[in-house]
Write a protein that binds this ligand. Structure first.
Ligand SMILES: *[C@@H]1O[C@H](CO)[C@@H](O)[C@H](O)[C@H]1NC(C)=O
Ligand SMILES: *[C@@H]1O[C@H](CO)[C@@H](O)[C@H](O)[C@H]1NC(C)=O
Ligand SMILES: *[C@@H]1O[C@H](CO)[C@@H](O)[C@H](O)[C@H]1NC(C)=O
Ligand SMILES: CC(=O)N[C@H]1CO[C@H](CO)[C@@H](O)[C@@H]1O
Length: 474
């Protein structure tokens, strides 16, 4: 564990202890944070980042590098969430210049690549969704686009890792004709939730394809991104009238009964992917799609200008996974302002207002500065966690975009990451891998999540939440 790395945390040694009991008491005091100046933003982000890293134990002796404590019941967090956390920290580094966590990011993202260097480590097979794998792949892509330091040459390179993830997901064994195409949520047919085809799995694949096309110019990626968008439209997950993006549907029933829950990250992942495609193709269709999704997203997920996870926040049914979504919304919308600059005037003021609300409620628990989830209420909600910290860090760090944040590069505009167009090919097509029997240990984990969720939400809604639970085996 590293201490005393961020400004203003000289008393930090006590924090990790306090954090473990965090969440019971809300301090009365005002938040210590500010985004009034570039300096304030950087100072705030560095403290929130430090507090986030207290949830990471992978650097302690005997712990597994790269992951947050979990998966349930061993700890609160599924494997994918750490992949998202490293991406958040890469953005933090790129936008603030603070390289405090770069060694950990490097070590973590290399440790978890798995034996085939495609982000499918055997430890997580039993609950591995296409979205889980892709969250790590998107963080590798981000490393390439942000010119994060390249790994040593004998290690898998960022671009090649993103290509490996993409290639495994484009392989024939991940695609069938149920609902006329599209990816299943889960990778392995024996996993719970496999029949569900959903927007996040396809959104990640679309987003990664769009970015690989922009970075490399290889039209194979573009073709897949177009095909994925068209399928989302045809199957009705993207609403042609309103531009809402619905969560998904059971492919065994032809995707006819659509689960209409709307999550902010589904909107943001498609909006950002469309923006990358417009930036790369200059095709007006992608500009229009970017603008429509952004317009819809701003009015739907920022009621009164502050991010709200509408499908679960007011009802109090957000899962641990869902506590991270606002952070993606802020980060990905910020990148949209860089690559489709005409969107900046409508996006930036709202992200600023939302971020101001986000830091205002960071008054909780240890040192009276831990963040909760209900930004729009103005008060700490009594519960802290990696997702809450990560989302606020994402919002605060995103405020540097437009000040000095550099736009994502490509292979032709300064990118140095070495690719391998054939990475990941022939990866998980091994049937012995794909049909690995579910073990008792897997079932124990799965049963636990199912039980908690059913207890939490009950009835028909429980079924829906189970299948929208991003990243879990439920
Ligand atoms: C898989 O789990 C084992 C046992 O916990 C651990 O030692 C190993 O580092 C893990 N591998 C990865 C890639 O996380
Ligand atoms: C693409 O993004 C770059 C980097 O921000 C920007 O300079 C350029 O104008 C964008 N291209 C288009 C067509 O918007
Ligand atoms: C483009 O990508 C595809 C799919 O990964 C690959 O098979 C092909 O070799 C690539 N083409 C070039 C010119 O790199
Ligand atoms: C595995 C891992 O994350 N190791 C890191 C732990 O922290 C030290 C000090 O920052 C790094 O040098 C290691 O790479």
């Amino acid at each position: 564990m590293r201490l005393l790395l961020s400004p203003g945390v000289a008393v930090a040694a006590v924090v990790s202890v306090l954090l473990s009991t965090a969440g019971q008491t809300a301090a009365e005091d005002a938040s210590p944070f500010s985004i009034d100046s570039e300096d304030d933003i950087k100072k705030t982000a560095s403290i929130v980042a430090w507090d986030l890293m207290q949830y990471y134990k992978g650097n302690l002796t005997g712990e597994t590098p790269g992951i947050l404590p979990g998966p349930p019941p061993a700890g609160d967090y599924y494997w994918w969430e750490a992949g998202a956390m490293w991406g958040t920290l890469i953005d933090y580094w790129a936008w603030s210049g603070d390289s405090t966590y770069n060694d950990e990011i490097m070590a973590a993202m290399q440790w978890q690549v798995g034996p085939k260097a495609d982000y499918q480590p055997p430890n997580v097979t039993a609950s591995l969704g296409n979205d889980d794998q892709a969250f790590w792949g998107m963080s590798a892509m981000l490393a390439a686009e942000s010119k994060f330091p390249d790994p040593p040459s004998d290690k898998p390179q960022w671009l090649a890792l993103a290509q490996a993830v993409f290639n495994t997901q484009a392989a024939p064994d991940r695609h069938d004709q149920l609902c006329g195409g599209g990816l299943h949520w889960q990778i392995y047919s024996v996993n719970h939730g496999y029949p569900y085809k959903n927007s996040i799995a396809n959104g990640c694949f679309f987003n990664l394809g769009a970015r690989l096309y922009r970075y490399t110019g290889n039209t194979t990626y573009l073709d897949w991104a177009v095909r994925t968008w068209d399928w989302m439209d045809r199957v009705g997950f993207i609403d042609r009238e309103t531009w809402a993006i619905y969560d998904g549907a059971n492919s065994n029933k032809g995707c006819k009964e659509i689960n209409r829950a709307e999550f902010s990250y589904n909107n943001a992942i498609f909006a950002q992917g469309a923006a990358f495609l417009y930036n790369a193709t200059e095709d007006a269709v992608w500009k229009q799609r970017t603008e429509k999704l952004v317009e819809y997203g701003l009015k739907t997920f920022f009621p009164k200008g502050v991010a709200v996870e509408i499908s679960c926040e007011t009802a109090g049914t957000c899962t641990t996974d869902m506590l991270t979504f606002k952070g993606f919304l802020h980060r990905w919308y910020s990148v949209i302002t860089q690559i489709v600059p005409s969107t900046a005037p409508s996006i930036r003021p709202i992200l600023k207002k939302s971020t101001a609300a986000a830091i205002k409620q960071c008054t909780g628990a240890a040192l009276g500065r831990q963040c909760g989830f209900k930004w729009a209420t103005g008060v700490y909600d009594g519960k802290t966690g990696a997702g809450q910290q990560m989302s606020v860090l994402a919002a605060v760090a995103s405020q540097l975009v437009g000040l000095d944040g550099k736009a994502p590069v490509t292979g032709k505009s300064g990118g140095t990451s070495k690719g391998n167009p054939n990475a990941g090919s022939g990866g998980d097509t091994d049937p012995a891998d794909r049909h690995r029997p579910i073990t008792t240990a897997d079932r124990v984990g799965a049963g636990f999540v199912t039980f908690t969720l059913v207890a939490l939400v009950g009835g028909v809604f429980a079924w829906m939440m189970l299948d929208t639970h991003q990243g879990g085996e439920s």
